[in-house]
Design a protein around this ligand. Structure first.
Ligand code: CDT
Length: 604
């Protein structure tokens, strides 16, 4: 083999049924690994969610054992999967494999790792970013579902390329991972391409004939539909490889699962010129293997696709700033920038308008615990439209690290307000969300001080809850917060709609400090007590609960709604900003700064 060459393999896997024991599937994977190793493979790629059937096609409630479909803890050492990595180590073959990941913090991802045999370590982990399909199943019970949006969070690790030691004559090839649907997105390839990737690894489960899923013709010939799906698969693998001058390996989970769900094969290895070097001949367990000379990536990377010389990023802004499609205006109508297109295809500039400004919301956590602020921002970011941005703010000392009573409330409000005044004067945020689930003093302080809209997460979540159901319930932290929430609900005039407020009997910081499973269990029991009292919508009574929404949803079933105050608060404020809303200054919220000035007091 030429010095810069690696023998790469895809371990395609045929049908895996819902009822197949994991040991059976693992045995098949071990056989595939042996087979690839006997052919001299140095890296073997297994499919997406390789250890089980593709379970996101089923509607599974937690009580049906959803957790059993996931890998918990370090997958390379787990009871169900560990022997695959042990064998890879013994054989000296690197492997990359997809699996459903239950992270230690309770979040779930559709993940893959790259396992380096020589060191017996995980070199890189990737969490699938483009999650296809739906949250809710189709109404038609015969339709094939793909409920990835229900079971997984979008990946949070980005498309990070990594170097692999001990391969290709020690040249440390650059590899990257993507999972299934990611391969259809040019952006995913380009982000890896911009890191000089030489091998892209992509496992997949792609439905063959599934017209509801694809939005295609229900009367189409299933065989033709599958051929089209294979065509699209190869098209994107070849295109991505060519335009980024990289090899790619793709490994399918294919065949007909449960005698009913068809998945395409087509596992292949594509070269940097976009050519297919090897491909599967069956839709069963099969090794696809090819020698890949990485020096052949140089041609594309240094000529046609020499990014540094040819890319024109000044014209690519839309790619990172706009998610959905914004069509050009109809002929004769003005675009947002004031340009009018006439029928001759020429453009007339009628006025210059600045590009649309982003709406910027400050999420102010009045306590001094930064991880809580970060969780709030993390929770809301995936829900934001492209023209909205959130920025987190954590109160500086002497703010208390948690707000559990009136003293904490006032102390944290004072510390936060002092710091926010200069922040807001400098940054001019369009709205401020106070991320403490209470009728916090800071809310009214900021309404007096500024004219941008301000709300707290409690009031915002109650507005949302009232919109979604007739009776709401609140999952409170401590017994004291239960009493305080009751007072606040009355103050907001919503007590007539409150089915109950139940305490988890936990301190605010217990939410982070106690074992995650224990906290989630307590919250789930509390939530169930509220629904038993008639709550149709639940709100989470602490900013620290923001990433626990899914666990509560699982406990109460899909007919009860759960509102997260941070997400509700940001979107409420964005709506008010779009209305042009400003805080009224004629009464209660008249400027306190003006009053201080008149009194000659500058004590802040
Ligand atoms: N697993 C996966 O991502 N499958 C998708 C099916 C498309 S759903 C419309 C894929 O892109 O192949």
């Amino acid at each position: 083999m030429a010095p810069n060459t690696i023998r790469l393999a895809a371990a395609q896997m045929g049908a895996t049924h819902r009822s197949d024991p994991r040991s059976k599937t693992l045995d098949r994977m071990l056989k595939l690994l042996d087979n690839a190793a006997s052919q001299g493979a140095e890296v073997v790629l297994f499919p997406e969610i390789a250890f089980t059937t593709f379970f996101p096609r089923y509607l599974i409630n937690d009580s049906d054992g959803l957790a059993d479909w996931f890998e918990h803890g370090d997958v390379t050492k787990s009871e169900n999967a560990g022997s695959l990595f042990d064998n890879a180590r013994e054989l000296g073959v690197d492997i990359s494999v997809g699996f459903a990941e239950a992270a230690d913090n309770g979040e779930r991802f559709n993940s893959s790792i790259y396992y380096h045999a020589k060191s017996g370590s995980t070199l890189s982990k990737y969490r699938k970013i483009h999650l296809p399909g739906d949250f809710e199943p189709f109404a038609d019970p015969e339709a094939t579902n793909q409920l990835e949006k229900r079971y997984f969070k979008p990946g949070d690790l980005g498309f990070e390329a990594f170097r692999v030691p001990d391969l290709a004559g020690g040249s440390q090839p650059i590899m990257g991972m993507m999972i299934c649907n990611d391969r259809r997105w040019t952006e995913a390839w380009r982000v890896l391409g911009l890191q000089g990737v030489e091998v892209v690894l992509c496992g997949y489960n792609t439905a063959g004939f599934a017209p509801d899923l694809w939005g295609s013709d229900k009367n189409a010939d299933p065989k033709e539909a599958e051929e089209t799906a294979v065509f699209h698969h190869k098209l994107v693998m070849q295109h991505g490889s060519y335009t980024n001058a990289t090899y790619s390996v793709s490994a399918a989970r294919c065949g007909v699962d449960d005698g009913k769900y068809s998945l395409i094969g087509g596992s292949c290895i594509a070269g940097p010129e976009g050519n297919i070097l090897a491909e599967a001949k069956t839709v069963e367990d099969e090794i696809v293997i090819a020698d890949c000379d990485l020096s052949l990536c140089r041609q594309g990377k240094t000529r046609t696709f020499d990014f540094a010389r040819h890319r024109r990023i000044e014209h690519y802004k839309r790619i990172s700033e706009q998610t959905g499609v914004v069509e050009p205006p109809k002929l004769g109508e003005a675009a947002p920038n004031g340009n009018v297109t006439n029928g001759n295809g020429t453009h007339e500039v009628v006025a210059h308008r600045a590009p649309a400004k982003k709406i910027r919301v400050l999420i102010c956590n009045p306590n001094a615990t930064k991880s809580m602020t970060e969780n709030c921002v993390k929770m809301v970011e995936p829900t934001l439209p492209p023209d909205v941005e959130v920025v987190g703010f954590t109160s500086p000392p002497p703010a208390p690290s948690a707000i559990e009573g009136n003293f904490d409330n006032i102390m944290s409000a004072a510390a936060a307000a002092r710091a926010i005044i200069s922040v807001q004067q400098r940054e001019g945020y369009d709205a401020i969300l106070v991320a403490c689930y209470s009728d916090h003093a800071l809310i009214r302080m900021l309404r007096e001080e500024f004219d941008v809209p301000v709300i707290g997460i409690m009031e915002a979540s109650l507005f949302a809850a009232r919109t979604l159901g007739a009776r709401f319930g609140i999952v409170a932290t401590s017994k004291r917060s239960q009493v305080m929430h009751a007072d606040s609900v009355r103050h907001y005039g919503m007590d007539g709609f409150c089915a109950g407020i139940e305490s988890c009997d936990l301190g605010v910081l217990d939410l982070e400090r106690k074992p995650r499973e224990q906290v989630l269990g307590i919250m789930q029991e509390t939530a169930k007590r509220l629904t038993a009292k008639g709550a149709e919508v639940l709100t989470l009574g602490c900013a620290g609960m923001t990433d626990m929404k899914r666990a509560v949803e699982e406990a109460v079933g899909d007919q009860v709604r759960v509102v997260d105050g941070v997400v509700a608060g940001v979107h409420h404020l964005v709506g008010v900003v779009r209305l042009g809303g400003k805080t009224a200054k004629s009464g209660m919220y008249a400027s306190s700064a003006t009053g201080r000035k008149l009194r000659g007091q500058d004590y802040i």
